[in-house]
Design a protein around this ligand. Sequence first.
Ligand code: GDP
Ligand code: MG
Length: 365
Amino acid sequence: MGFKMGIVGLPNVGKSTLFNALTRTAAAQAANFPFCTIEPNVGEVAVPDPRLEVLAKIAGSKQIIPTRMTFVDIAGLVRGASKGEGLGNQFLANIRECDAIAHVLRCFEDGDITHVEGRIDPIADAETIETELMLADLDSIQRRRANLARKLKGGDKESLDQDRLLAVAEAALNQGQPARTIKVSDDDARAWRLLQLLTAKPVLYVCNVEEASAASGNSQSARVAEMAARQGAASVVISARIEEELAQLPPEEAAIFLEEMGLHEAGLDRLIRAGHELLGLQTYFTVGPKEARAWTIAKGTLAPQAAGVIHGDFEKGFIRSETVAYEDYVAGNGEAGAKEAGKFRVEGKTYEVQDGDVLHFLFSG
Ligand SMILES: Nc1nc2c(ncn2[C@@H]2O[C@H](COP(=O)(O)OP(=O)(O)O)[C@@H](O)[C@H]2O)c(=O)[nH]1
Ligand SMILES: [Mg+2]
């Protein structure tokens, strides 16, 4: 499915440091985890999920295959980007293709690293970027509405819907509200997504703090967390510097280093998982002697469509799925035990797959 997260932020906030740490870690894990760097600024990373190892151990799976997510290091956003300053236009096109935004905010003090605005203020920085994105949205909305005008006279249903949604977004933006604050009906969800408004994309604020604050954050990241909560956005605290160092260590040393820093897991793992969560994604598993594998689906996906993620034929010829919840699989020490405990279910076409389901699909064809 290729879920894509765009890393944005002002210059010198740590975007590339973070991106490089993400992809280097992925590269280091390549022996176990298939991965690839698609372009210099595009990288695919494994979504860490400790449940996979547990399942693989129980089933004696030879290989573990995690599900993956794409990160894009999007450079070039400065004040005025919506008017084409810097790499403005190219940058905006890159964001448009992403499913969500990881907005890196500089929360660290360092006199040696220039801040483009000359002061450390992550809230103001977030507003600077958000303003550019809102201006770019307004600009594209006005252009699109002008183009639609002629079709509207003809009463074209699709155009009417589009224009109606664009008008709602325009009104919100004119009041200084990003498009993601608008709740659309289920009927409009698809048309809304197709508008690809920049400020409609979910946002994860990434607070880049100094090393000493990696475990608990600092006063700046606390302000960001408050802002995120107000906006219904998510936030994580990370030290890009630490992640950079971690990415260069062999796994055993990385674990010791993490502990010394008072951290339970690498910030990158938290970042990747938060991105997964933000995108409304969940995971199901297929488990066998050959491999234990994780698959990504949107929350609310029904069994046939979930099967379709593996192969189109699975969806077309879907008959039923054999289902064991993760906890039941572990409690029963495998499928047979779960079956004895009465936890093995046969589910049909209308079954809504749950996070952690261990599935086996039966299909014809
Ligand atoms: N002190 C400190 N410097 C950092 C941190 N993160 C990044 N930097 C430095 O800030 C500079 C800009 O980082 P970079 O990742 O290239 O920023 P980008 O412009 O957002 O991609 C580099 O010299 C980094 O080493 C951090 O957490 N602490
Ligand atoms: Mg950069």
